[in-house]
Design a protein around this ligand. Structure first.
Ligand SMILES: [Zn+2]
Length: 194
């Protein structure tokens, strides 16, 4: 993969986090940028170690109640943030302390009081990238969204059907659910009992 920086207009979109729960919707516009900023061969951040390769291992935090059903079981909702705030993931090969430090972050910081830690899940970037809508277009992008102090940061971003699932039309809801279930099947919980 070649690495090039994205265009100024997309950088502005990327840097804006206001309103935070529409970040995914905004960033999905990169997919339609004339300068090809959403094709994932572009490095989206000046701070990043490069584009996210498809065989890279990514880790994400899972908390209750955001990612669980009413019985507290972790479900497809583990990717809900890909439709709202952006689903933050850590690129394990670029993270000091590796998986251990991600687990500590998830447990002690991300699932902060008010939410319960339900695990750290890992998957390859190819997992969300391999999910498609029924018309054959990509359901998710994995974009390098490194920050100055968070160089291993990336986001999984849905390309359609943003916002609350409950507010979508029923056919859209069904399509989104299918995509999220398909992605979730490829997310593996880290065994922390070892
Ligand atoms: Zn662009």
């Amino acid at each position: 993969m070649k690495t090039a920086k994205i265009c100024d207009s997309c950088k502005t979109v990327l840097r804006s986090r206001d309103p935070i729960n529409e970040f995914a919707k905004r960033i999905a516009t990169l997919a339609f940028c004339g300068s090809d900023c959403g094709n994932e061969t572009q490095s989206a951040s000046d701070f990043s170690p490069g584009v996210v390769e498809s065989d890279e291992e990514l880790a994400s935090c899972v908390c209750h109640p955001n990612h669980t059903d009413k019985d507290g079981e972790v479900v497809y909702k583990a990717s809900d943030f890909a439709f709202t705030h952006g689903m933050s993931v850590t690129r394990l090969s670029h993270k000091d302390g590796g998986l251990e430090s991600v687990i500590s972050f998830c447990r002690d910081t991300f699932c902060k009081p008010g939410r319960d830690y339900r695990g750290t899940y890992v998957f390859k970037a190819s997992a969300p990238r391999g999910v498609f809508w029924r018309d054959g277009t990509r359901a998710f992008m994995v974009l390098d969204t490194a920050g100055k102090s968070l160089i291993a940061h990336a986001d999984v971003i849905a390309t359609r059907y943003h916002g609350d699932l409950a507010r979508l039309a029923s056919t859209e809801k069904l399509d989104r659910l299918k995509a999220q279930i398909s992605f979730f099947r490829k997310m593996k919980p880290v065994d922390e009992s070892a």
